[in-house]
Write a protein that binds this ligand. Sequence first.
Ligand code: ACO
Length: 427
Amino acid sequence: MTEVAKLELDGKTYEFPVIEGSEGEKAIDIRKLRGTTGYITLDNGYMNTGSCQSGITFLNGEEGILRYRGYPIEQLAEKSNFMEVTYLLNFGELPTAQQLSDFNEEVGHYASLPGGICNMLSHMPPAAHPMGVVSSVTSSLCAFYPEYLKMPLPPEMRRKAVCQLMAQVKIIAANFYRRTVEEKTHRSNPKLGFAADFLNMMFASESYKVDPEVASALDTLLILHADHEQNCSTSAVRLIGSSEANIFATVAGGIDALWGQLHGGANQKVLEMLEQIQNAGGTAKQFIEKAKDKNDSFRLMGFGHRVYKNFDPRATIIKKACDTILKKLDVHDPLLDIALELEEAARSDSYFVERNLYPNVDFYSGLIYKALGIPTNFFTVMFVLGRLPGWLGQWKEMREDDTLKISRPRQIYTGPNTRDYVAVNKR
Ligand code: ACO
């Protein structure tokens, strides 16, 4: 017999189907709740709400498991590459050599930006926060590609959208960096591979040649960020995309959601926090006490996660990568010592242990970006580049779902009851 959940309300019993995911995750299907009972559910922050069924990413926060399309993140980080993972997330299976080569070639068709977009970038204030620039310029791409405005998009246009955004967001980011340092832009060369092309566009000079090992480390970091099921920015992408907004506006919305310091913006905040500790000459213990103090707004950035309550498997891989890269580049960053001290102090502190607060993906990634020469306010842009395949894959999956409905949550109204308008000001 299929499992059902029984709900008693106003003396009546209602039954709702229980559905099970491929990894045994269970949900009560309440799609008919309001229609049959007149009630809605209230779930601030969506702590208990599944917004969709998805075949892309599996995450088990209690056991620290993360898999893309069934493949463990540890194996992909060690053996795959970012473009292969992008293909996997968007098209469901790992590509053959031919499929990957075709895909890279299609992405390569978009190795430049329209002149108008280059003009926009060249007029942005160099001191502007790059996240605002990358978001608004990505959104503006729709002005140059009106063919994407006709919704719903046919499958071949969805594939084009994936290829185009994978190529152009990276160029937007690198070109804006060149503006901030008042240097000429470098052309994209997709043949180098995603990470090496990006590093080349950012830094190429007489004295800088991309080190393949460094590019490979960055590639791994991007894989770790590539998808994370229904997080804040991905949910934003699905919500915006559900209204049939164009793909550039939809991805720009994801970029904006990622910017917040409780989400992707945490990587910038971690580095600023480590610098704050360094400048204050304080100890890790003092800042741990600050983070525990409920009268102090200070939080340990890069710690805690809505879903991971044991450890974040990405953080484990990144911590190792951080050590390797810093050694390889011969960087002795005192901020790493502070980070290690903080982690050790937090891990033996009952406040953090009881609340299951562990380092997340953002805790060590900033130290790697810093060692690569990426400025602190560009850290979240690096996260954008990593998360792009996930946003696109989730958007594509949603648009391919025949049961798709516009996302439109309800609310419990708590304002005044009806009252008559009495004129005070002249009409
Ligand atoms: N430092 C100190 N205390 C913390 C921290 C932290 N970093 N994170 C959570 N807590 C405490 C809360 O104060 C709360 O304590 P209480 O039970 O005494 O009230 C308890 O732990 C639970 O925290 P919530 O904020 O309710 O947990 P939630 O799941 O809503 O938030 C979040 C998760 C936003 C990630 C939070 O842990 C946080 O703010 N971390 C710092 C920012 C950060 O690193 N964000 C990146 C997350 S990873 C990503 O998005 C890519």
